[in-house]
Design a protein around this ligand. Structure first.
Ligand SMILES: [Zn+2]
Length: 273
C-alpha cells in the first residue's frame, strides 16, 4: 500500500506493509485493544443502523429491546458477549435478538484489526476506521431499508474533509474532483435509465470521493459494478431474486470503495503489468 500522491510508485515499494516480524507482547496488547474498540464501536453502529432510518436520536433514549421495550442493563449493552451469554434471546420477553447485532460488532472488530495490521498506529488508520464504520452502517441500512440516509452522507462529507487534512493521503484537488466524478457518472446513468440508480448511491459516491480521491473512486465504481453484477447474476440463476426485484447497490459500492481505497496502487500495477 502506498499512500503518497504519486500513484505510480515503483513496484518494490508496494508491499512494505507485509512484515514478517513475530508478534510481541505489546503487539498483542495493542491488537486486543483495537479489537475491543472495534466491538464497542460496532455496538454503537448497531444503534445507528436501527435508529437513523427510523428518524430516532442515536444518543437518547438508552438502548431498549425492540420487542418488549425493556431498558437494557450495562451488561446487556456489552457487545457480542451478552449475545452469546443470553443465547440470542432477550431476558425480558425471550424474543430473539436479530443476528445482525453480533455480526456487525464482530465485523467491526475484525476489520479494525485488519486495518491496523496494514496501516499501524497512524492517521491513515484512523481515517480508514471511520470510513469502514460509515460503509458498514450504509451497507446494513441499505440491505434492510433500501435507502442511504442523508444524515450519514452529510456526516461523511464533513468527516472526509477533516480526515484528509489530518491523514494527508489525498490531495485537495483529487478530493474535489472525486466528489463529482463517480457520482456524476451515476447521476448520468440515473437520468438515462430513469431512476435505476438510487439517489442515495449517487450521494454516497460523492462523499466517498472526498475520502479516497478521484482515481480510486472511479475504480471503486467499476469494482462495485463488477461485484454487484456478479452477485445479481448468482441471485438470478439460483432464483433467490426475480428479474423485477430490487437489489440494494450500496453494499457493492461500499465494497468497491474499501478495496479501491486500500489497494488502488496494487490493482493499477497488477493491471499495467
Ligand atoms: Zn424483550
Amino acid at each position: 500500500m502506498c499512500f503518497n500522491t504519486m500513484h505510480f510508485a515503483a513496484p518494490q515499494n508496494i508491499k512494505y506493509h507485509i512484515t514478517e516480524k513475530k508478534m510481541s507482547n505489546t503487539d498483542f496488547i495493542s491488537y486486543s485493544f483495537i479489537f475491543i474498540l472495534g466491538l464497542v464501536i460496532g455496538s454503537f453502529l448497531n444503534v445507528c443502523i436501527y435508529r437513523i432510518p427510523r428518524d430516532e436520536s442515536i444518543v437518547f433514549p438508552p438502548s431498549r429491546c425492540p420487542k418488549c421495550g425493556r431498558k437494557l442493563s450495562m451488561l446487556e449493552n456489552m457487545p457480542l458477549f451478552s449475545y452469546i451469554l443470553q443465547r440470542g434471546k432477550c431476558k425480558g420477553c425471550q424474543g430473539s435478538i436479530a443476528v445482525r447485532y453480533p455480526i456487525v460488532e464482530l465485523l467491526t472488530g475484525v476489520s479494525f484489526v485488519w486495518l491496523f495490521s496494514m496501516l499501524g498506529p497512524s492517521a491513515v488508520f484512523a481515517k480508514y476506521s471511520v470510513m469502514m464504520c460509515i460503509l458498514l452502517a450504509v451497507s446494513f441500512i441499505d440491505l434492510e431499508h433500501k435507502i442511504i440516509p442523508d444524515e450519514i452522507v452529510v456526516f461523511s462529507i464533513g468527516a472526509g474533509i477533516l480526515l484528509n487534512i489530518i491523514a494527508r493521503d489525498v490531495t485537495l484537488l483529487s478530493a474535489l474532483i472525486g466528489f463529482f466524478s463517480a457520482s456524476g457518472i451515476l447521476l448520468l446513468m440515473a437520468i438515462i435509465t430513469k431512476g435505476a440508480m438510487g439517489g442515495g448511491d449517487i450521494k454516497l459516491m460523492a462523499a466517498m470521493g472526498i475520502f479516497i480521491g478521484n482515481g480510486p473512486i472511479l475504480l471503486a465504481l467499476f469494482i462495485g459494478f463488477m461485484i454487484g453484477g456478479l452477485v445479481s447474476l448468482i441471485l438470478l440463476i439460483f432464483k433467490i431474486k426475480g428479474r423485477k426485484d430490487y437489489i440494494p447497490f450500496g453494499p457493492f459500492l461500499a465494497a468497491g470503495v474499501l478495496i479501491s481505497g486500500l489497494f488502488f496502487d496494487e490493482i493499477l500495477i497488477w493491471y499495467l503489468m
